[in-house]
Design a protein around this ligand. Structure first.
Ligand code: NAD
Length: 291
C-alpha cells in the first residue's frame, strides 16, 4: 500500500511528498530497471532532468509499469543551455517527447543563471497550455532569489518549488524562511547527503534510529519530511529503495527534531553563489552533444 503523504503546492496541485531520484543512474537499462522497481515498490514520484540523460528510460518504465500516468508525478528540469526563449520552448517539447507523455507534472529551471526570464516565459506559457502542471526553480539561493525577484522574474507567476541541496548538515535556514514567506515549497536534493558516511555515523542520528528500530537513512528522511520538505532519495538497491520510503509509521519528538537541527553546518557541497559556477556547469553537461 502506498502511504506517501501529499503536499499542496501554491498553484493548488498536489505532489507526493516523497519520490525517487535518478541523478547519475546510467542508461542502457539501469534507469529503466530502477524506475520500474521503484514504482513496483510503491513510489509515485520520479525526479529526473534533461542533464541526467535518462528521461527516455524513465518514460518507458512509467509506461511499462502498468500504473496509470496520472498516478505518477514526473518532474524534469530544463538545462541552462536552453534558456533562450525559442530553445526553451523546444526543450519542453523534447522532454515531453523523450518521456513519452502529454504533460509534465513539474518542470524546473535546473540552474539559476543566464536567460532565466526567457525560459520562465516559456514555462509559464507551457503551464497555461497544459503541457506542464507546475513550474519551479532549482539551486536558487536567497541571494539569487532576491536578485531575480527584484528584476520582476516572478511577477507573472511564482515558482511552486525550489529544489536545493538539503541534508542535516545543510539545512538552508535563511532560504527556508524566504521560501515560506513566498509560499514556495522546498525540495531537497541530496537528502541523504549523497551517502556521506560522516553523516550516517552521527551518534545523535544513530541513537534515534535505535529507539525507533529504524536505520539512519530513515531518520534523516523522516526529519526532512517533518520539516515540510519534499525528498527523493536515490538508490538502485531494492532494500534501500524499500527502506527509504518506509518513513511514515513513526514520528520524531520535538527534542529529537531539535537535536538534528543542531547538526546544521550552514553550508553544503555546492555553492550556487560562487563565482564561475555557471561556466563550470555549462562545461560539465552538454545536453546537445548527441543532436
Ligand atoms: P542522495 O542524498 O539521495 O544520496 C544517494 C546516495 O546515498 C546513493 O548513491 C547511495 O550511495 C546512498 N544511499 C541511498 N540510500 C541509502 C540508505 N538507505 N542508506 C545508506 N546510503 C544510502 O543524493 P542524490 O541522488 O544526489 O539526490 C537525490 C536526487 O535529487 C537525485 O537523484 C536527483 O533526482 C536530485 N538532484 C538534483 C540536483 C539539482 O541540482 N537540482 C542535484 C543533485 C540531485
Amino acid at each position: 500500500m502506498n502511504k506517501t503523504p501529499i503536499f499542496q503546492l501554491n498553484d493548488g496541485n498536489r505532489i507526493p511528498a516523497l519520490g525517487f531520484g535518478v541523478f547519475q543512474v546510467p542508461t542502457e537499462g539501469a534507469t529503466y530497471n530502477a524506475v520500474l522497481k521503484a514504482i513496483d515498490l510503491g513510489y509515485r514520484h520520479i525526479d529526473t532532468a534533461v542533464a541526467y540523460f535518462n528521461e527516455e528510460e524513465v518514460g518507458r518504465a512509467v509506461k511499462d509499469s502498468g500504473v496509470a500516468r496520472e498516478e505518477i508525478w514526473i518532474t524534469s528540469k530544463m538545462w541552462l543551455q536552453d534558456y533562450a526563449y525559442e530553445d526553451a520552448k523546444q526543450a519542453i517539447e523534447t522532454s515531453l517527447s523523450k518521456l513519452g507523455v502529454d504533460y509534465l507534472d513539474l518542470y524546473l529551471l535546473h540552474q539559476p543563471y543566464g536567460k532565466l526570464s526567457e525560459a520562465w516565459k516559456a514555462m509559464v506559457e507551457a503551464k497555461a497550455a497544459g503541457k506542464i502542471r507546475s513550474i519551479g526553480v532549482s539551486n536558487m539561493t536567497s541571494t539569487l532569489w532576491t536578485k531575480w525577484q527584484q528584476q520582476g522574474l516572478f511577477d507573472e507567476m511564482r515558482p511552486s518549488v525550489n529544489q536545493v541541496e538539503f541534508n542535516p548538515y545543510f539545512q538552508q535556514k535563511e532560504l527556508r524562511k524566504l521560501m515560506a514567506e513566498n509560499q514556495v515549497i522546498l525540495e531537497a536534493w541530496g537528502p541523504l547527503g549523497q551517502g556521506n558516511v560522516e553523516l550516517f555515523n552521527e551518534s545523535a542520528l544513530q541513537r534515534i534510529a535505535n529507539k525507533y528500530n529504524k536505520n539512519v537513512g530513515q531518520v534523516i528522511l523522516r526529519f526532512e519530511h517533518q520539516e515540510g520538505i519534499i525528498v527523493f532519495p536515490k538508490s538502485v538497491h531494492k532494500e534501500r529503495m524499500q527502506s527509504n520510503q518506509d518513513i511514515f509509521d513513526f514520528e520524531l519528538t520535538s527534542d529529537e527534531m531539535d537535536s538534528i537541527r543542531s547538526l546544521d553546518r550552514g553550508q553544503g557541497r555546492h555553492n550556487p553563489d560562487a563565482a564561475g559556477v555557471e561556466e563550470m556547469l555549462l562545461s560539465a553537461f552538454d545536453v546537445h552533444k548527441q543532436d
